[in-house]
Design a protein around this ligand. Structure first.
Ligand code: GDP
Length: 528
């Protein structure tokens, strides 16, 4: 096998999605611990900054002593090269969180055993589902009381519309689980969580479920309960179907506790086996194979440095085929220009370490002199590959912005145009609206803060921003707009950047009301 094929096959690039506080950071840290990238877990959490999730990653980087980008963590485990993409949550939730999912090959959904499927998980899940990528479920916090595993399976199915296949099953009682049962191997693994405080890899005992030693260890009642659960799963549950997993129609489900490390290693090992290596990517006209020797990549995120002394922008690219080598020349398809991926366009890492090579599946950061846009393709040697347009993500926050000083109109318009191209916010217009103001839409408040900050710092424009009381956007067809749409008095009709009509509703309730009043109108959550 060629080196390229070997490198591609061993890569696993995925994102961890969850609602804030479900345990994404803790699980990530434990994966690093088991991956040998850090020796002692725990201090990261203790020093976790209250404000920005980004600092978690920096702490992790410091601990590892090696550099990774603030957006991706890389480690080796059992021959696999693992790339974990950060999906900022909390105050950092933004369209970038969604865009990151465009660069992954699979996703791990972390669910709090007590809370079940929460709001942000639902939103992120929807984007993964749309892409048809495999989704794995890790039910976390099993050291605490929570919902029953059966109830959670049902909840996942009802709320997310995906069937769940438990790969392992918790052993013990609610609030006091002691291990997991591996269904594939019919093995029991009991964890010794005493005394380790989750900082170190914990010892465990593994053996066949039929081994009488386990029956004794577990006690008759717990052992019997386990047997009954397994029987029920085998009888009434889904069959394991790898194709369905690959298509994102069946989610392999794992149970554990990130904080006490139990269930982490069984999850990691099984996940790496099941998760797909980089697969071919669909483009507008053709597909690109990861094993194609010619390099291709696309930009999925642009990050501007907020520090005025380092006013640079980083374009994050996902490699889709071939091999990246430092200094290589590639074609930037949208401008037709050839760009040398050397100084100043370098491999970006937190400490600005320059990495010499990378392969399909890897994520790298390039210094962006201001030429890159979201979704841009970079290709080598006559390969012309145009990636499909990035989807539009439904904004939930809206504001009207204008320059405080009307004399600064020109800079304001320039800044708005550039920042919109960069994907900082979405822009909408009201047909009758003055040219001096815009309606901006975002999925997280951070996006508005970034917009305001950057307009001031990079374009010298102070803005006035008025938040608008809309939270639900629906695209409609031009034809439907011509009909008189009933029940939208409190809504606003605007047009997006491609001039497509969009109705902004106050809330879900008023949208549903309008939907009922206008059964023939096709309200779309994202544009066609
Ligand atoms: P994130 O917001 O999803 O990144 O969640 P964190 O990893 O920051 O975890 C949120 C809180 O849950 C923290 O206080 C963690 O210590 C705690 N936590 C994480 N995993 C577990 C677990 O397995 N059990 C318990 N009891 N707490 C956990």
């Amino acid at each position: 096998m060629s080196t390229l094929a070997q490198e591609v096959n061993r890569r696993r690039t995925f994102a961890i999605i969850s609602h804030p506080d479900a345990g994404k950071t803790t699980l990530t840290e434990k994966l690093l611990l088991y991956g040998g990238a850090i020796r002692l877990a725990g201090s990261v959490k203790a020093r976790k900054s209250q404000k920005h999730a980004l600092s978690d990653w920096m702490e992790i980087e410091k601990q590892r002593g090696i550099s990774v980008t603030s957006s991706v963590l890389q480690f080796d485990y059992d021959g696999f090269r693992v790339n974990i993409l950060d999906t900022p949550g909390h105050q950092d939730f933004s369209e970038d969180t969604y865009r990151t999912l465009m660069a992954t090959d699979s996703a791990v959904m972390v669910i709090d055993v007590a809370k079940g499927v929460e709001d942000q998980t639902k939103k992120l899940f929807r984007v993964c589902k749309q892409r048809g990528i495999p989704i794995f479920t890790f039910v976390n916090k099993l050291d605490r009381f929570g919902k029953s595993p059966f109830d959670l399976m049902e909840e996942i199915e009802n709320v997310l519309g995906i069937r769940a296949y438990p790969m392992n099953w918790p052993i013990g009682n609610d609030g006091n689980y002691v291990g997991v049962y591996n269904r594939k191997l019919a093995q029991v693994e009991l964890f010794d969580t005493e005394g380790a405080h989750g900082q170190k890899i914990i010892p465990s005992q593994v053996g066949s479920v039929d081994d009488p030693a386990f029956a004794e260890l577990l006690g008759e009642e717990a052992y019997k309960a386990l047997q009954e659960d397994i029987e029920l799963l085998d009888l009434a549950g889904d069959v394991f179907d790898e194709e369905k997993v690959a298509a994102g129609e069946l989610t392999p489900m794992f149970f554990g506790s990130a904080i006490s490390n139990f269930g982490v290693r069984p999850f990691l090992e099984e996940f790496l086996q099941l998760a797909p290596p980089p697969l071919s990517r669909k483009g507008v006209e053709n597909a690109v194979e990861p094993h194609d020797e010619r390099f291709s990549a696309f930009v999925f995120k642009i990050q501007a440095n907020m520090n005025p002394t380092h006013r640079d922008r980083i374009a994050f690219i996902r490699i889709c085929s071939g091999k990246f080598t430092k200094g290589m020349a590639v074609k930037h398809l949208s401008t037709g220009k050839t760009i040398k991926l050397a100084q100043p366009t370098q491999f970006m890492a937190q400490e600005r370490t320059i990495i010499d090579e990378a392969y399909s599946g890897d994520i790298i950061g390039l210094f962006d002199p201001g030429v890159f846009g979201i979704g841009d393709s970079l290709c080598q040697d006559g390969l012309t590959f145009q990636f499909e347009d990035f989807p539009v993500f439904p904004p939930e926050l809206f504001a009207r912005v204008q320059a405080k000083d009307t004399m600064k109109r020109k800079q304001f318009n320039k800044g708005m145009t550039q920042l919109t191209q960069e994907g900082a916010v979405q822009v909408f217009r009201q047909p009758e609206m003055a040219i001096e103001s815009y309606i901006v839409g975002a999925v997280g408040l951070l996006q508005f803060e970034v917009l305001e900050y950057r307009l001031k710092n990079e374009y010298g424009v102070d803005i006035e921003m008025n938040h608008l009381g809309y939270s639900t956007a629906r695209w409609i067809d031009e034809g439907d707009l011509k009909k008189s749409i009933k029940g939208i008095d409190s809504a606003m009709i605007v047009r997006d950047i491609k001039d497509r009509p969009v109705i902004l509703f106050r809330n879900e309730w008023s949208f549903n009301w309008a939907k009922e009043q206008n059964p023939s109108v096709n309200f779309m959550i994202v544009p066609k």
